[in-house]
Design a protein around this ligand. Structure first.
Ligand code: PLP
Length: 433
């Protein structure tokens, strides 16, 4: 067995070097499909190898096949950051290897999870008394919310906006529920008028849609849904983190009426993948939908089992990274980063607006800019594909009324105005070609 301490120091050195130099790597992986597979042995080694071989192959094989999500010019999808205290906490969580299937299996993990999720509730200005726990992703959180909705209402229809994330449709499909997509208005907000909710199990409202960061009228939707006896689930997977800044809480209007809410700190609160928070104002009903305790898990100490609030029994120690990042940044540290991201998005949006060759395609919200070149769809696609291929930066796209549009999402703590300027220059250079 190799020397754990020496290997550990080497691994930390490796991580420090990676983070220091990530901005010099290509953002988008510069490999062809199958290129890494061709270099990997077809089966596991027969005999033990030193850990140093793993680090060596990390450099030689794995890094070239990485799309670097920690890169300051990663602007695609929703850009994210794994902050250093969270990275170290993941190491500690692996070392402790807790599996909080019930309270006695890990009192520490169970109670720290409840407390840290409640810290986030307070930081985001959410109502007192909500129960929150951690799931892996928003997809799972939304699936759990819809399971509860169906269980409680006995109905089978899910209603959401045409711009809701595909995880809503996927959850409905997995559950065999019918999905009803509602048209959005000119600002990409779900229309609340004329909704037929008579048979709805759940209405899913989104705060910060994936394509445009638009905000559904949660208050009105919640009022109508509750009148019809439906469960209200709010998907604020991306934008919910922004509520740590009071000036972004305009988008929280009506969220206090939700039956469940998902926010992903792994999207915009500097927590390493994965960490999705699911709160409910109806914890007993959520629990009823999931609670199933086999004999071998029955205990005399009748304490909290977070596995009774979601699909998974095994639960890893995710709260450790939440705890570490919240403590090492504090409210003000996180606010500073998010405010800078919003500022940078506004700066970029101003450049777009001021240039007649470009067009801002959606109202400016949070840290996302949706825009396009005044040219054909093919030309927009060509420009984006070329700048992405260059490795200089990585943006993603979507479609708006059938037209190809680009999305620049700012969410990496290393991103500076210089990076945003480089992205703008690269796009213009490619467009002028
Ligand atoms: C609004 C919204 N909801 C849900 C999701 C799905 O998140 P996850 O990957 O955590 O399942 C996304 C992903 O970007 C999103 O933007």
């Amino acid at each position: 067995m190799s020397d754990f301490r020496a290997d550990g120091y080497a691994a930390i050195d490796w991580v420090a070097r990676y983070l220091e130099g990530v901005g010099d790597l290509p953002v988008l992986a510069q490999v062809e499909p199958g290129e890494l597979s061709a270099k990997l042995p077809l089966s596991a080694p027969e005999e033990a190898e030193p850990f140093a071989h793993v680090l060596r192959d990390l450099d030689d094989l794995i890094v070239p096949a990485l799309t670097n999500w920690q890169h300051p010019r990663f602007f695609a999808y929703f850009a994210i950051t794994a902050a250093e205290p969270g990275i170290l906490a993941e190491l500690l969580a692996a070392a402790l290897n807790q599996n909080a299937i019930l309270w006695r299996a890990s009192p520490a993990s169970t109670e720290l999870e409840l407390r840290t999720v409640d810290w986030v509730r307070q930081l985001l200005g959410l109502p007192d008394g909500w129960h929150g726990h951690i799931e892996d992703t928003a997809s799972t959180s939304t699936l759990a919310a819809l399971i509860a909705a169906r269980h409680i209402t006995g109905r089978n229809v899910v209603v959401c906006s045409e711009h809701a994330h595909s995880s809503v449709e996927k959850a409905a499909r997995m559950l065999g529920m019918e999905l009803r997509k509602v048209a959005a208005d000119d600002e990409m907000r779900m229309r609340a008028d004329g909704l037929d909710l008579g048979d709805a199990a759940a209405v899913v409202a989104t705060v910060g849609t994936t394509s445009f960061a638009s905000v559904d009228p949660v208050r009105e939707l919640a009022a109508r849904a509750h009148e019809a006896g439906a469960w209200v689930h709010v998907d604020a997977a991306y934008a919910g983190s922004s509520w740590i800044c009071e000036e972004e809480r305009w988008s929280q209007d009506g969220v206090e009426l939700a039956d469940s809410l998902v926010v992903n700190p792994h999207k915009w609160l500097m927590i390493p993948m994965d960490c999705s928070l699911l709160w409910t104002s109806r914890p007993e009903e959520l629990r009823t939908a999931f609670s199933l305790t086999p004999e071998y898990l029955r205990t005399a100490d009748d304490a909290f089992a977070l596995s009774e609030y979601g699909p998974a029994l095994g639960r890893r120690f995710r709260s450790l990274k939440l705890w570490a990042v919240l403590r090492c940044y504090g409210r003000t540290g996180l606010q500073r980063i998010l405010r800078e991201h919003v500022r940078l998005a506004n700066v970029f949006a101003e450049w777009v607006e001021a240039d007649p060759e470009w067009e801002l395609c959606a109202p400016q919200r949070f840290s996302l800019v949706v825009f396009r070149r005044n040219a054909s769809d093919e030309e927009n696609e060509r420009i984006l594909e070329q700048v992405n291929r260059s490795g200089e930066m990585f943006l993603s796209h979507t479609k708006l009324d059938g037209r190809y549009v680009m999305r620049l999402a700012i969410g990496n703590a290393r991103t500076t105005e210089h990076d945003v300027r480089r992205a703008w220059d690269a796009l213009n250079k490619e467009a002028g070609r």
